[in-house]
Design a protein around this ligand. Structure first.
Ligand code: C2E
Ligand code: MG
Ligand code: MG
Ligand code: MG
Length: 292
């Protein structure tokens, strides 16, 4: 860091570098205060069961509204949080807020089958994650099976042995586990079969051009069959069109998430969705594959 190396080294930074570094630094400084300033909130994106059309759960997604910067997208602030270590307090806040929300929905009589929370690499490899999660489950009197943790494939592949050990401890307290962004992280099949997980989420990168790109279609089909042969359920991310929905449903994909059903929404809107029993309108489709 420039500050630590001192004044004499300042000439190493040209004007261009400063211009690029400054917003990043500003973001980090602002993010440091975001939790206490209550600038973070969660939105919830419904997931739908592709067999019944019913809401099968949701994913909690973090949002940051800064007084001057406005909405800062997660694609910008999550990497900054991760690199600066701020993801630890933020991740803890996300977990707690999601648990508090689950309790609120339960009290309102609109239980959501599962709420998934994203766990970042730094958070996942911390020993205290298990204790934190189980403390939250008891504080909010939640059924552990209603909480799902989404961990990206690339996080798991950083240190697969350690990841397996951590996942076993999380499974032991009863939470469900999903591999997020599957297809982008190079797991070997041998490693994948040792992960004690419940869901694979097919990355949006393979869903977007599903109906026009033969390779993406082939990848999606393979992931679905791989998941089923390992007794896992599959969720497709980023489903935006009926064509994608028809394709995935026809190939036996279990669950979908995407703008075609719903964008991420505020908790009250999600409660309305659950209360109204409004699921995904399924297109008429013949020859659905048999489910196991
Ligand atoms: P992700 O976990 O893969 O989440 C899915 C992302 O896809 C979300 O972006 C969601 O809004 C977006 N999405 C859902 N359906 C569609 C669709 O049909 N089309 C398109 N184009 N996009 C769709 P979002 O909310 O911007 O989050 C981006 C990423 O930031 C997440 O990817 C996740 O990796 C990270 N993130 C978000 N919230 C958290 C959090 O609380 N903790 C951690 N560690 N990471 C988070
Ligand atoms: Mg996710
Ligand atoms: Mg994802
Ligand atoms: Mg993704």
């Amino acid at each position: 860091r420039a500050k630590e190396t001192g004044r004499d080294t300042f000439c190493f930074y040209d004007a261009n570098m400063n211009a690029r570094a400054a917003p990043r630094l500003r973001l980090e400084l602002e993010l440091r205060r975001a939790v206490e300033r209550q600038e973070l909130y969660l939105v919830y994106q419904p997931k739908a069961d592709l067999l019944t059309g019913e809401v099968s759960g949701c994913e909690a997604l973090c949002r940051w509204r800064h007084a001057e910067l406005g909405m800062v997208p997660p694609g910008e602030f999550i990497p900054v949080a991760e690199e600066s270590g701020l993801i630890l307090p933020i991740g803890r806040w996300v977990l707690e807020s999601a648990c508090a929300q689950m309790r609120e929905w339960l009290d309102a009589g609109v239980a959501c089958p599962h709420v998934a929370v994203n766990v970042s690499p730094l958070q996942f490899l911390r020993d205290d994650l298990v204790a934190d999660v189980s403390a939250l489950l008891s504080r909010y009197r939640l059924d552990a099976g209603a909480l799902m943790l989404e961990i990206t494939e690339s996080t798991l592949m950083r240190d697969p042995e350690r990841a397996i050990a951590m996942m076993r401890r999380l499974k032991a307290i009863g939470v469900r586990l999903a591999i997020d962004d599957f297809g982008t992280g190079y797991s070997s099949l041998g490693t994948l079969k040792r992960f004690p997980i419940d869901y694979l989420k097919i990355d949006r990168a393979f869903v977007t051009d599903l109906t026009t790109n033969a390779s993406d279609a082939a990848i999606a089909v393979s992931v679905i069959s791989l998941a089923h042969s390992l007794n896992l359920r599959v969720t497709a991310e980023g489903v935006e069109t009926e064509g994608q929905l028809l394709f995935l449903r026809g190939r036996g994909c279990d669950e979908m998430q995407g703008y075609h059903f719903s964008p991420p929404i505020m908790p009250a809107a999600f409660a309305d969705l659950l209360a109204g029993g409004r699921g995904l309108a399924l297109p008429v489709q013949k020859d659905l594959p048999a489910r196991t």
